[in-house]
Structure formats: C-alpha cells, structure tokens
Design a binder for this molecule. Structure first.
Ligand SMILES: [Zn+2]
Length: 156
C-alpha cells in the first residue's frame, strides 16, 4: 500500500511513498522546499537514518532542527547557524554584563541612601557619624545574647 499523495521527500526522490514512510509526517507534500533544502545539506539517507534512530516523539523537533540548520547553511555557507548561535551568545553576555552593572549601581545607590539617612538622623540628634559608630558598636549583643553569655560564664 502506498500513500495516495506522496510526501515531499518521496516526490523529490521519485519513489513510491509507503504507508509507514518515516519522512512523510515531517516533510508534507505541501512544502517541497523544506525537504529539498534539508536534502541539499544532509542527504536523504542521512535524514532517514537520523529520524529512524530517534523515538517518535522527538522526530518532529529533530526534523525542525535539521531544517533550521540546513536553511542557515544555505544562507551562510561558511558559518551556517553557528553565526546565529555566537551572535545570541554575545547578546547573552552583553545582557549579563549590563545586569551586573545595574545590580552594582543599585547596591551602591542603596548604600549611599542609607548612609545619607544615617547622617541626617545623627545631625538631628547632634551626633557625628563617626561618634555614633563608636557608640552603637558595644550594643551589638542583644540583651538575650548577653544573658546567655553570662550564663555560660557562671555555669560552665
Ligand atoms: Zn514518503
């Protein structure tokens, strides 16, 4: 039994399209350019072998990937899709570097804002920033922590 309408691959290769043609689902007769492009780069037997080696649920993605690679190679015979991949990687690096710079700027602005607020509070209470630092440091231990420390000292 053969398909009443041959798939693009079988039509291109001038052969009978069997009912279980492995290429038919991915190379419909409505899109002959898709098969001719992939065939030009990979060759019909390689396409068939690659698809046959894959589980059925992955074949569509593989055929799409082969078409993408083949059309990129036709457009750019030297670099193919590698040019697009490296351009995208470059964009990612640029975006990551921009993100790092922005996060650094945010942290810097936040620190400046906090310092400014602290200085304003100190000015209201008539204490300079430097003195306040010295005053506030000994109270670093909470009363609970001090109680715990005393407890350890008294009952080792
Ligand atoms: Zn076919």
């Amino acid at each position: 039994m053969s398909n009443p309408t041959r798939c693009a691959a079988c039509r291109f290769l001038r052969r009978r399209c069997p009912q279980d043609c492995v290429l038919a689902p991915y190379f419909p007769s409505s899109n002959p350019e898709r098969f001719s492009c992939v065939h030009r780069i990979f060759g019909a037997s390689n396409i068939t072998t690659m698809l046959e080696q894959l589980p059925v649920h992955l074949r569509e993605a593989a055929a799409d990937s082969m078409f993408y690679e083949a059309s990129s190679r036709v457009e750019d015979p030297i670099y193919g899709c590698v040019r697009i991949i490296s351009q995208l990687q470059h964009h990612i690096l640029e975006a990551q570097s921009e993100l790092l710079k922005t996060n650094g700027q945010i942290a810097f602005n936040l620190a400046q804002h906090q310092l400014h607020q602290q200085q304003q509070q100190n000015a209201v209470h008539g204490v300079s920033y430097h003195q306040d630092q010295q005053i506030s440091e000994p109270s670093g231990l909470s009363s609970e922590m001090q109680a715990f420390a005393n407890d350890c000292y008294l009952h080792p």
